[in-house]
Design a protein around this ligand. Sequence first.
Ligand SMILES: [Zn+2]
Length: 194
Amino acid sequence: MGIRNIVTNEDPILRKKSRVVTEINERIKILAEDLVETMREADGLGLAAPQVGVLRRVAVVQVGEELHVMINPEVKESEGEQLSDEGCLSVPGLAGRVYRPLKVRVSYTRPDGSVAEVESEGLEAVAFCHEIDHLDGILFTDKAEEIKSVHSEDSDEDSDKSSGEDADEAGDKSVGEEDKLSDGVSEEGERREL
Ligand SMILES: [Zn+2]
């Protein structure tokens, strides 16, 4: 147990609908713990069970201080609209802009069986919607307005054709590296991989 492998979009499991959890047994609790560990290890803001190959309605979100460990999460109400920059741990190398509700009210069951009702907005609302989409086999690339490829952390495959827009030639430090870091991260420097 512990950190699990994150499946990527070649895996058809990401396109399937996850089953409702009817009993919070030990396996579900371990799955939930592993999702938290795996999300943190991957430096993501959220993670859903299908992303580790399990078709059960379990997902985790942590944008700020509060960790949400969610069993059978549902969006009960949504309001407004925002255009969010998103990436996905299961869709490496791509980012896109997706219209999401500005605010959502989400309910879910905690691993201890208690029910949570959460009102959320901004990036956390995005994270809830993104993860709940995963439980229905939906990826952000299905909804994105524009999808662009971004450099994934250690790929040097693009280093040959760096479209030197404002990359000043004579690098004291490698400007390219700095640019890479900004990909998949919003202007405020928040990570948006979900
Ligand atoms: Zn995702």
